[in-house]
Design a protein around this ligand. Structure first.
Ligand code: ADP
Ligand code: MG
Length: 321
């Protein structure tokens, strides 16, 4: 019902950036290779996401806006081996319940356009058959004044959106991302599957040229990515990006494992710039901890940390610094 959607919205939809994150995840789960993100006024005025993924069959569009309607998991067992980014079936109903949302989608045969206001369908009509999905969100938090008040300035909100888009682009170098804010291009990636090129787009060419590839492997984990040479340390932890199976995660122990890789090369109070990608059996990771899916629980966390630390130590022992 609409109340429980609004309650869920409180957890899933904190601000424009959380909407952008959920919608990009949906596009990726739909195998999109091209994703457009347009925000106006930090997303408070409007958010538009267009993808070229497989679309939603026209007879299932309404269902996608029902709570816990997910096409991604079928049973309990799936829940313990999650390969998709979404699985809770909460994002669309939650977002729709606190906004005016228009979705246009097609699987390639017939398209449909649906508009919802406060979660209620107010319009349905046929539309372009071009394969893919586009979603426009306006009037965000119009019916939840407390949330609306909690939003910060346009600059703060667009900054959060940029963080989300940057991480998604780093996580998926094979996907082409186009991101604009108030009509201005902020990020453009080619989708040619070269992580270092995305690093250059996100952090600048100069920085990218100072990064070295890392590689590590154990029975359970494959670790890859790039770390910046120690002279490029940062004053903040937030430049350590960790991705597990394509999902950006926050984990204190794993961040420490990165720092340990730098050993004595890291001055006190300074943190590395690092992009670390971990591939592992999804049954070893529990992402169903919080609706935001940002925190994960890992079995054998320490073993993974060791693989990461070793991978980083190796490049710096080879390099003459
Ligand atoms: P979840 O991603 O957890 O399944 P959502 O509420 O985010 O739940 O989406 C509900 C359903 O709508 C998805 O399971 C999927 O079937 C469909 N869907 C949403 N966005 C897209 C998209 N961009 N392309 C194709 N299908 C989508
Ligand atoms: Mg989703």
């Amino acid at each position: 019902d609409s109340l429980s959607n609004k309650i869920a919205a409180g957890e899933v939809v904190e601000r424009p950036a959380s909407i952008v994150k959920e919608l990009i995840e949906n596009a990726i789960d739909a195998d999109a290779t091209d994703i457009l993100i347009e925000i106006v006024e930090g997303g408070m005025e409007s958010i538009r996401i267009v993808d070229n993924g497989h679309g939603i069959p026209s007879d299932q569009v309404e269902t996608a806006f029902l709570r816990h309607a997910t096409s991604k998991i079928q049973n309990d067992r799936d829940l313990f081996s999650i390969r998709t980014l979404g699985f809770r079936g909460e994002a669309l109903p939650s977002i729709a319940s606190v906004s005016t949302l228009t979705v246009q989608t097609s699987t390639g045969t017939q398209g449909v356009e649906l508009t919802l206001h406060g979660g209620e369908v107010i319009q349905r009509q046929p539309s372009s058959a071009k394969k893919g999905t586009s979603i426009v969100i306006k009037d965000l938090f119009y019916n939840t004044p407390a949330r609306l008040k909690y939003l910060k300035t346009k600059l703060t909100e667009s900054g959060h959106v940029s963080d989300v888009v940057n991480r998604m682009a780093l996580a998926y170098p094979a996907i082409s991302f186009h991101y604009t804010s108030d009509g201005k291009t902020i990020l453009n990636t080619t989708g040619n599957d070269r992580l270092l090129q995305v690093v250059a787009e996100v952090y600048g060419r100069q920085t990218a040229s100072m990064m070295v590839p890392i590689e590590g492997k154990s029975l359970d984990y494959t670790v890859s990515g790039y770390v910046a040479k120690p002279e490029l340390t940062r004053a903040s932890r937030q430049y350590m990006s960790i991705f597990i199976n394509g999902r950006y995660i926050r984990n204190y122990k794993l961040a420490q494992a990165i720092q340990q890789g730098f050993h004595t090369l890291l001055p006190i109070g300074r943190y590395p710039l690092a992009i670390v990608k971990i591939e592992m059996d999804p049954t070893l990771i529990d992402v169903n901890v919080h609706p935001s899916k940002l925190e994960v629980r890992l079995s054998k966390e320490e073993a993974l940390g060791d693989v990461m630390t070793t991978a980083i130590k190796e490049v710096f022992s080879q390099e003459t610094l």
